[in-house]
Every structure is written in structure tokens, then in C-alpha cells.
Design a protein around this ligand. Structure first.
Ligand SMILES: [Zn+2]
Length: 114
């Protein structure tokens, strides 16, 4: 899988190291308030990904099939998420966004080839 950098967005989205991404919906990029209900999707990353990603940071995952960049939080070593065999988390603002992302992830990386 080739990683692509997306062209610079015209919108005023923050840089990838901004903690603001922790409060944005991974699918629609909407800023979520502290009281909004959140949905979470956890996923496994290919081990090779960690040569480039630092744990505990938000990284852009480019989904070619959806022409979309999804921010994923690469979880810390020995975190509860990692103990479940997952490496990264996406936060979503609604069940609709969660379903849309899940569908795309299944098509893209959910084929068990990792
Ligand atoms: Zn959303």
C-alpha cells in the first residue's frame, strides 16, 4: 500500500500534529464538543507503519477508495486498545460517520492481508 500525501486543503484544517484532531470526526472532520456522543473505531495497522508513525500521535491515513484523509490516533504501547490487538483509533461524531468509515476500511484494509 502506497502512502500518498494529499494536496494541501483549501480549508483551514490544523496540521497533523495538532491535538485538535483528537476532537475532530475522522470522517466528516467536524469538530466535536466535549459533550457530544462519540463513536470509536479501532483498527490494526501493518507493522511497517510504525517505522514512520510515532505512537501517541495523530496520523493521516489516506483512503484512496474514498479520496479521503482519515485522522487516526496511533495508540501507545501497552494501552488497553493495543492489548486488544489494535494499533489505532478513529473518533467519529455519529453512527452514520462510523458506518461510512467502517465500510471503507473493510474495503481497503479489512481483507486480513496484514
Ligand atoms: Zn462525522
Amino acid at each position: 500500500m502506497k502512502k500518498k500525501r494529499a494536496p494541501a486543503a483549501a480549508t483551514v484544517l490544523p496540521g497533523w500534529n495538532s491535538p485538535e484532531w483528537l476532537d475532530r470526526c475522522a470522517w466528516c472532520h467536524k469538530l466535536m464538543g466535549g459533550t457530544d456522543e462519540r463513536f470509536t473505531i479501532s483498527l490494526r495497522l501493518h507493522p511497517a507503519a510504525f517505522r514512520e508513525f510515532d505512537r501517541g500521535t495523530v496520523q493521516p491515513l489516506y483512503l484512496d477508495i474514498a479520496k479521503k484523509i482519515v485522522p487516526v490516533l496511533v495508540v501507545e504501547e501497552n494501552s488497553p486498545v493495543q492489548r486488544e490487538g489494535k494499533d489505532a483509533l478513529c473518533h467519529l461524531c455519529s453512527g452514520l460517520c462510523a458506518r461510512a468509515l467502517q465500510l471503507i476500511l473493510k474495503k481497503t484494509i479489512g481483507t486480513g492481508g496484514a
